[in-house]
Write a protein that binds this ligand. Structure first.
Ligand code: KIV
Length: 276
């Protein structure tokens, strides 16, 4: 993979404008999650376009069942670790549950913290009509916002299930309406999570900003996966939409077992691994 360089031989930074231009050219956008410096560096150096510091950190880093427990302080910590590892990718940080739902001014303060204290380039928040004013407030202050529609995990206790959303006409029509309102409010892109592929295609065609799908079919402008899932670090999580690109659970288990065996047998360390 070749990384585009600018005149001083630094990798060219991906911006929100880059993503809109990619949609116009029909170039697909790649996005993955990261929560720490090392993973962020690997993804960035591999050439990923966008790194999302998702509140899925709640599940894969902290071991919670939902994303609800994440706080601003947790997200600022993870985002600052990621931002230090990135030279080129656009870094987007999730605003956690209850950091933007109460009032637009509070949402703006929290979005500002995510940029100033953590180094995010943009924030993501979940929902349609109820967050439109908030999106507008944040964007007007100069902070780019990504929307998130379909399955919105912060509302899990309202939905009661993680199954596919908007399979009925009423919810599908509402989702299209919400997507248009988010675009009008100034979102630079929208994540579409776990909705029928045909609906995602309709939304994608009707918007001029890019859609990024997860479980939303091939016709979105880009795709996102949780890195831990696509790397095969989790054994149990097997939704239909997930493609595993590695089996790191097995590779890491093998490596750890080999290390244990080498320590116990006295094979590690050997004379090349000690000091005179
Ligand atoms: O938190 C997250 O990782 C996300 C993606 C699944 C889109 O919101």
């Amino acid at each position: 993979m070749s990384t585009q360089k600018n005149s001083n031989n630094r990798p060219k930074k991906v911006t929100t404008q880059t993503l809109v231009e990619m949609k116009e050219r029909g170039d697909k956008i790649s996005m993955l999650t990261a929560y720490d410096y090392t993973m962020a560096q690997i993804l960035d150096q591999a050439g990923i376009d966008v790194i999302l510091v998702g509140d899925s950190a709640s599940n894969v880093m902290a071991g919670h069942d939902t994303t609800v427990p994440m706080t601003m302080d947790h997200m600022i910590y993870h985002t600052s670790c990621v931002a230090r590892g990135v030279e080129k990718a656009l870094v987007i940080a999730d605003l956690p549950f209850m950091s933007y739902q109460v009032k637009p001014t509070e949402a703006l303060t929290n979005a500002g913290r995510m940029m100033k204290e953590a180094g995010a380039h943009a924030v993501k928040l979940e929902g349609g009509k109820p967050v439109v004013k908030t999106v507008n407030k944040i964007v007007e202050a100069g902070i780019p916002v990504m929307g998130h529609l379909g399955l919105t995990p912060q509302s899990i206790y309202k939905f009661g299930t993680y199954k596919v959303r908007a399979t009925e006409n009423t919810e599908a029509d509402q989702l299209i309406e919400d997507a248009k309102r988010l675009e009008e409010a100034g979102c630079f892109s929208i994540v579409l999570e776990k909705i029928p592929a045909e609906l995602a295609q309709r939304v994608t065609n009707e918007l001029s900003i890019p859609t990024i799908g997860i479980g939303a079919g091939a016709n979105c402008d880009g795709q996102v996966l949780v890195s831990h899932d696509m790397l095969g670090l989790n054994k149990e999580f097997k939704p239909r939409f997930l493609r595993r690109y590695a089996d790191m659970h097995t590779d890491m288990t093998d490596a750890v077992q080999q290390y244990i065996s080498d320590v116990k047998s006295g094979d590690f360390p050997n004379e090349n691994e000690e000091y005179d």
